[in-house]
Design a protein around this ligand. Structure first.
Ligand code: IPD
Ligand code: CA
Ligand code: CA
Length: 268
């Protein structure tokens, strides 16, 4: 089984997982919502979508490892081949009927993220990419190659700042204040992987979050890189169970943005 086989499989699995999740979304009033911690929600939908993805991967590639937010959120060492899954990213939006959530699936080989797909089922779009093969959006109109914007300066840019609602982190106040000083417009739509895909698509100029898990970050980071953007190194053995800062942007503002975030928050 080659990387081509896995990419084909991913392009088929991603929209099917998205459709499965969409069915739960349409019937979300029936879901029983549990609290994993403060502002940390989960429902049967998250677990069922992850189980579906996990079963399909195990059937198609029985030797591959699996890391998923809901059923397998730790992993030993650096497996040669590993799939990294967030079954529903943007769960809070999902549960409240806000149409901004996604299913995120990445694949890393020997510690290097290699494939990624972010499915936005409400929009009927799959963002997918392969290392060295570009990033693409597939929807009813066909396939479009993604290209990050050509922004070259922080003033005038539009940057998404994600932050976890689960714990206070005053570094975001310093960062927001610095963005105001630098004439940066900022937003947070509450869904890391889709915001990263939208950086790759050219909707936003960057995405910053000071602590993300690998299942939130891997697919979206690959899309940004393959769309010609800048991705700060995601520390630790790539693709494994780590939490780390994410700075991903169009190429032209990457170094300046990284320096500003470093200065304001103390991250590496
Ligand atoms: C969360 C979302 C949110 C981000 C959080 C993530 P979840 O993922 O992506 O936008 O700010 O850090 O944990 O819980 O919805 O899968
Ligand atoms: Ca997530
Ligand atoms: Ca999730």
């Amino acid at each position: 089984m080659t990387i081509d086989d896995r990419y084909r499989f991913l392009q088929s699995l991603s929209p099917r997982a998205g459709t499965y999740a969409l069915d739960f979304w349409r019937r979300r009033a029936e879901l029983v919502v549990e609290l994993k911690g403060p502002q940390d929600f989960v429902s049967h939908a998250d677990r069922a979508v992850e189980a579906m993805i996990r079963d399909e991967i195990a059937r198609a590639f029985p030797g591959d490892a699996f890391l998923g937010e809901e059923t397998a959120n730790t992993i030993e060492g650096t497996p040669e081949r590993v799939w990294i899954v967030d079954p529903i990213d943007g769960t809070h939006n999902f549960l409240r009927g806000i149409p901004y959530w996604n299913v995120s699936i990445a694949y890393a080989e020997r510690g290097v993220r290699t494939l990624g797909a972010v499915c936005d089922p409400v929009a009927g779009a799959v963002y997918h990419g392969r290392r060295g093969g570009g990033a693409w959006r597939t929807d009813a109109a066909g396939e479009t190659r993604l290209a990050a914007t050509g922004a070259t300066a922080l003033p005038g840019s539009l940057i998404c700042i994600g932050h976890s609602d689960r714990f206070p982190d005053p570094r975001y106040l310093a960062l927001r204040s610095a963005f105001m000083d630098h004439e940066v417009a900022f937003r947070n739509f509450g869904c890391a992987a889709l915001q990263l895909a939208h950086v790759a698509e050219g909707r936003y100029d960057a995405y910053v979050e000071l602590e993300l898990s690998s299942w939130d970050a891997m697919a979206g980071l690959l899309l940004v890189e393959e769309a010609g953007g800048y991705a700060a190194p995601f520390p630790g053995p790539q693709g494994l169970a780590v939490r780390a800062p994410v700075i991903a942007s169009v190429g032209g503002i990457g170094p300046a943005l990284h320096a500003l975030v470093r200065e304001q928050t103390g991250i590496a």
